[in-house]
Ligand binder design. Structure first.
Ligand SMILES: NC(=O)c1ccc[n+]([C@@H]2O[C@H](COP(=O)([O-])OP(=O)(O)OC[C@H]3O[C@@H](n4cnc5c(N)ncnc54)[C@H](O)[C@@H]3O)[C@@H](O)[C@H]2O)c1
Length: 432
């Protein structure tokens, strides 16, 4: 027998054996789904999946094969979840995540009015017309740094698309662009039944969302976040705004999107600094609200599974927004690190997430700071910024977040447990 025929014979034999083992595995998967459905337990269990990957990988000695085997196991787990979804569609919503098709998940943000879905998964962008109503005039807002094919992909699915491109960067989140975009919509005869779609990072989302909230007292708004930061944080929750006079988000509204598509594949074109910035926002949520996600950061396993980081961050934010849509209480904890962070960002031009990372270090206990710093080391986040304490204090004094002579800060004494502290504004000098 020649080499080829003999190798093929081996593969056939292994495939038959694997098919037999696969059936046994799926039987076990079914039993687990049954057990969990009866007890209303969530199907997705991040810790258990990590453990399976660790155990399975330890069996393989050759490093080159190990990496491929991990991919194989991950795809096996994804197939198992889809199978469980077919068997018990309702049970899968227990953890807040519904399984749609082909690895696409649906996370419902339940609000008293205007609830909406987040559609999460690789390739979700191509499903835009399934989840968005694009059979009308559509203003697609993007910026010069976002690969044009993303906006084009949406435009191809619209009945009457208009792509509006702003210059990339925070400076575009301004009143002048806001006004120009409203005029553009009026000139092109957009009506109340038309809609706006953001295709970009937090800058596009905040700007486009505020335009949608304002045009004719509000038109439908959809968001397709294309940076990690906007996928884990800014695209959900309905905060839309522009900056004014050098101060961030001074003019804005709470305006919920109709639907959000989060497609991690769009991050493949994003540079590493922006990935770090998004990881910082996710780490912020882990620090205030999810000790388990924090451990995923500490273990370094987040580097292998950005999808998991996105999903868990979205679930944290969803829960908080559902409980406090208008930021009258609990939601303020998501401003962890932002008082100093906004000052650093505005004074230095540092990326938002990096500035927030610096800001977090001022408002936590020494033990939390130490744990954060070791994660910053792995991610590559800054632990200090140039402006001196006086400059930072001067900026914070003028910033809108100060409420009269007091300021409310989020403080984290213990991972996963944040508290709001109201203090006289001059007290902040001690922290700085
Ligand atoms: N609304 C909220 O709740 C909320 C929460 C957090 C932050 N924000 C705001 O979000 C903004 C920061 O957002 P950001 O970090 O996404 O920055 P950003 O929107 O400026 O995007 C960062 C850069 O990445 C480029 N880019 C975007 N997608 C890309 C892709 N897929 N491939 C290659 N390049 C791409 C952009 O052109 C830009 O140059 C800030 O204005 C901040 O205030 C809002």
């Amino acid at each position: 027998m020649d080499v080829l025929a003999s190798a093929r014979e081996k593969i056939n034999k292994v495939d038959r054996e694997m098919a037999r083992l696969f059936s046994i595995r799926m039987e076990a998967v079914k039993e687990i789904a049954e057990y969990k459905a009866e007890r209303a337990l969530p199907i997705f269990d991040a810790k258990r999946e990590e453990e399976i990957i660790r155990n399975a990988a330890s069996v393989i000695e050759c490093d080159e094969i190990k990496a491929h085997y991990i991919e194989f196991i991950k795809s096996n787990m994804s197939i198992s979840r889809s199978y469980q979804a077919e068997l018990y569609p309702d049970a899968l919503s227990m953890g807040g995540v519904l399984y749609e098709c082909e690895g696409i998940k649906r996370i419902r943000v339940e609000l008293s009015e205007n609830s909406y879905d987040i559609i999460l998964g690789c390739g979700a962008l191509s499903l835009a017309e399934k989840y968005f109503d694009l059979k009308r005039r559509v203003l697609i807002v993007t910026d010069t740094g976002v690969p044009r094919e993303y906006a084009n992909a949406v435009a191809d699915k619209c009945a009457d698309p208009y792509i509006y491109t702003v210059e990339q960067g925070e400076a575009s989140k301004n009143i002048s662009n806001f006004e120009k975009m409203l005029s553009f919509m009026a000139q092109n005869r957009f009506t109340r039944t038309d809609c706006v779609v953001a295709v970009g990072g937090g800058v596009c989302g905040d700007l486009a969302g505020f335009v949608a909230a304002s045009y004719m007292r509000g038109v439908d708004f959809y968001n397709i976040p294309t940076t990690l930061l906007s996928q884990v944080d800014s695209s959900i929750g309905g905060k839309v705004a522009v900056n004014l006079g050098g101060y961030k988000n001074t003019v804005g509204a709470f305006y919920q999107p109709k639907c959000v598509i989060v497609d991690p594949e769009l991050l493949l074109t994003l540079d590493i600094g922006q990935i770090r910035s998004g990881l910082a926002e996710s780490l912020k949520m882990a620090t205030t609200s999810d000790a388990e996600l924090f451990e995923i950061f500490e273990s370094g396993s987040f580097l292998d599974d950005i999808g998991l980081v996105i999903e868990r961050s979205l679930l944290i934010k969803k829960g908080i927004v559902e409980r406090d849509e208008r930021e009258s209480g609990e939601r303020k904890i998501l401003n962890f690190g932002h008082t100093v962070g906004h000052a650093v960002e505005s004074l230095t031009g540092m990326l938002h997430g990096h500035a927030v990372a610096v800001g977090m270090l001022y408002v936590c206990s020494p033990s939390v700071r130490e744990r954060l710093l070791s994660i910053y080391d792995v991610i590559g986040l800054p632990c200090r910024a140039e402006p001196c304490a006086d400059e930072l204090y001067g900026f914070i004094l003028r910033d809108k977040k100060a409420d009269g002579s007091n300021i409310t800060l989020t403080y984290v004494n213990e991972i996963g447990k944040a508290e709001l502290i109201k203090m006289p504004i001059e007290k902040i000098k001690d922290l700085l």
